[in-house]
Design a protein. Sequence first.
Length: 356
Amino acid sequence: MTTTVDTLGASVAQHRSAELEQLIRTEPGRFRVLTGDRPTGRLHLGHYFGTLHNRVRLQDLGVETFVLIADYQVLTDRDVAENLSEYVEELILDHLAIGIDPERSTVFAHSAVPALNQLLLPFLSLVSVAELNRNPTVKDEIAHSRQSAVSGLMFTYPVHQAADILFCKANLVPVGQDQLPHLEITRTVARRFNERYGNGTPVFPQPDALLSEAPLLLGTDGAKMSKSRGNALALSATADETARRIRGARTDAERHITYDPERRPEVSSLVLLAALCEGGDPRQVADELGDGGGAALKRRVTEAVNERFAPIRARRAAYAQDRRLVRDVLRAGNERANAIADATLKDVRAAMHADY
Ligand code: TRP
């Protein structure tokens, strides 16, 4: 039953996303995007092809873009946020390297925006415990949590995410399918707030998900590429590190290279990665490799990745020399986010007749 509902929800979101893409191209000024990550490690190629390049694309189309560093949210599935300041810097460097321009986009950390966090309180009053309990993404994260007990933060973080999105009245959130249940909670919060307190003038937009087709890249061990599994190809890796990791990647015993994700997930993921980097078609890459076997495949992938990411890595290395610039980007982003959050909180308190 849930599957039917989920699939239906996803296909509606897909249809809507296609419409939105049209609108974005004609009227980018109508949109404000909010998107973000938890600072839990270096971003990898799965992130790049899944979401990061899409952020730059939206920015470059003229959509106002907010990039959130979800630092408080690191604590949802672990007791301590390790290497936090290092990972925050890495995230900023990754974004600058791929082309996020701090003059046009706002990069900020939610822990530095008190008024954003204060929205959590009225927002929590708008959702029921039962609704939080049945969020499938939370269930999944609880199943994979590193904590021995589920914390209140884990349980309530979709509502915090609503605060992340609504503090700046973002109306567009680029996400993968797994985040759709969270976005549904954000939409519910916005709608209920408007109904309960809006007095005919909505305070919040009901943001849309912008589903991007995230190609599923596997890690070097054949499992989903993930920051915490040690199987990822980092955006910031050197050419040598990349070569070494790809050399060690799992393949299979068949010499003939094909693109067949169902039957040959590891080989196909490598073929796909080469194709993504080259801007080509995975079937054609596989045809060209033919009987070349795993070694030729890995050589091709290594070259493709290193070539595609050379300029990004060079920019990243240059920015990494200038720690002050990185900190300034964050400081300016936090300031801007605070100004917006203060204004929104003022609206919220006025709507709730708490503006004394
Ligand atoms: N939950 C997201 C993740 O795990 C990170 C995140 C926090 C986020 N707040 C957000 C994403 C708001 C989009 C919008 O990756």
